[in-house]
Design a protein. Structure first.
Length: 257
């Protein structure tokens, strides 16, 4: 394929051979947002990944993490905040599996949003069963750019997210499920990014995520290369423009749909 591919959400550090995975992304020119779930993960690995052109280290503080020193992690978050444009994985999870209370999670998310307020950052969001509250909070704190990762909420909320110009990253699991397919069908082409969420989806890697491309190729009756070009352009656009105002995108001649 001619265009460089993208993985907008990958937990590289959760692989046993994390170094090899990162080097392979680099070799194969896969633009990979390396999300972390605690600031200490970012802090420990930043010195290695900052040397790589295709890896975008993302400073995270995940609502499902529970066993850590809160004050220490908050300090590390603030210490590292200006080293990257990417913030995540962060957000809220109101599903049954969440250990922390809704209030505790909101407190943590508020800390993150206050810390980045006014800065040019791109949020990588977890929003399971909490989509409305995540959207409400990012609007309240005026977050300009955000990617809703593995979105599984209501279509009405999805439409509001689109109104604010935010993005969605789609993975193989979503392409396989009825619910995921319905969500995908509601998205304009210029707001879609591709992700693996590796290693959480079996057999997908940033450089081995072709099933997503095949899915869109069929859906849009388009060559694989063209699908890849759209996703690559979306990733570039996301980094160039403020996404708060949806109109900006409709005026852009490179955009389709
Ligand atoms: Zn994740």
């Amino acid at each position: 394929m001619n265009f460089e591919s993208v993985d907008a959400h990958c937990h590289i550090n959760f692989f046993k051979n994390a170094g090899d995975i990162a080097l392979e992304c680099e070799k194969r020119k896969v633009h990979t947002i390396y999300v972390t779930t605690l600031p200490s993960q970012f802090d420990e690995t930043f010195k290695y990944v900052k040397l790589l052109k295709y890896i975008y280290p993302s400073l995270g503080f995940h609502c499902l993490e529970s066993n850590y020193n809160l004050e220490k992690e908050k300090k590390l978050f603030l210490k590292n905040i200006d080293k990257t444009k990417f913030i995540g994985e962060v957000g809220l999870d109101f599903s049954k599996r969440a250990v922390k209370s809704k209030e505790e999670q909101k407190e943590l998310f508020k800390f993150v949003l206050e810390a980045i307020k006014g800065k040019d950052k791109i949020l990588n969001l977890h929003s399971a069963s909490a989509e409305d509250e995540v959207l409400r909070m990012i609007i309240k704190y005026d977050a300009k750019k955000a990617i809703f990762h593995w979105y599984s909420g209501k279509i009405s909320t999805l439409n509001k997210i689109l109104d604010y110009g935010y993005y969605f990253s789609i993975n193989e699991s979503m392409c396989r499920s009825k619910k995921g397919q319905n969500i995908i069908s509601k998205l304009p082409r210029n707001r879609i990014l591709v992700e693996t969420d590796a290693p959480f989806i079996e057999d997908t890697l940033p450089y081995n995520n072709l099933n997503v491309y095949y899915y869109f190729s069929e859906l849009w009756t388009m060559k694989l290369e063209n699908v890849q070009e759209i996703f690559y352009n979306n990733f570039i656009e996301l980094q160039e423009h403020s996404s708060k105002y949806g109109n900006l995108f409709h005026e852009c001649p490179r955009m389709i749909n």
